[in-house]
Design a protein around this ligand. Sequence first.
Ligand code: ADP
Ligand code: TRP
Length: 331
Amino acid sequence: MTKKIMLSGIQPTGELHIGNYLGAIKNWVSLFEKYYGYFIVVDYHAITIEYDVSVMQKRIIEAAIEYLACGLTPDKCSIFIQSHVPAHTELAWIFNSVIPVAELERMTQYKDKSKNNETNINAGLLTYPALMASDILLYQPHAVPVGEDQAQHLELTRMIARKFNARYGEYFIEPDTIHSNVPRILGLDGQRKMSKSLQNHISLRMTDKETETAILRKGVTDLNRKLKTDKGNPDICNMYKWHTIFSSEDEQKECAQSCRNASIGCVDCKRILVKNINNELSPIREKINELENNKDYVYDVLSDGAKKANEIASSILNGAKEKMGLLSHRE
Ligand code: ADP
Ligand code: TRP
């Protein structure tokens, strides 16, 4: 039986965190039974904000290592770097001539990022969704598994496919969006989405000790509970929310009850959480260390991934150009 296709991508803008893991990567792994995957390290997207040129190459390889360590093995998917497949930027140009500027200006991510980068609101920041649509539509995927914050970009991708098809004839297929059971996890601050740029995250690469320190020091709990003897409310505690993701049902019940009757303090409750997060991340962290010492393997995976991606992407791109009445290049 041939499998369906799924595709997704993450920007190499910093160490992957448990938000990326729960909202995206863990879900990708669980979908392997039904889907073959294309997973992209989207470096061209990452250059739309200020970045440190001297660490970019390192970040790109680290992202690929993190993908592999989470279980994206090359027998189940292709992993590649966006800039190694030129068809992405070519099709993005074509999509730029299909998509109304007003639709791009509506995007929440564009509004947020331009607010945070007032001195560098470049055109790439605005046309970002055209490149993302191209990343996706070049591989005709049935599904795109992403966190909740990407739903708007996926809607726009489907709109771009429809607009292209309406103008040039049926060609691109509209993919479905798939969310995980944790489509949005809040950061340590308990206020905002966990994000690399907000420094409110637990990264996959932290040591057990660093995880413990971050959670004990920065993990915001029920703010009304000032003293250990005060009764707490787990329903408004972000650390308890994390328990519902990482801890066993018994531990969840125990923590909730003991918090309500003030028989456990926040620190002890957090220690249980730390243990469970470290347990879940431990095999991933081990694999990251192993792959850091075997980069040749990682380069080979990326090279195979790019080869396969280039074949598919250039054929889909050529088909699109034909539909558009462009003259094909003769060798
Ligand atoms: P960041 O916001 O940290 O820069 P990205 O934008 O690179 O993360 O997101 C990569 C993937 O991880 C996307 O599918 C995104 O929806 C998902 N994701 C990011 N942050 C979270 C979060 N806090 N909760 C759930 N999913 C998330
Ligand atoms: N825009 C996505 C993010 O910020 C990253 C991304 C780029 C992506 N191209 C993609 C996600 C294609 C899914 C499919 O997280």
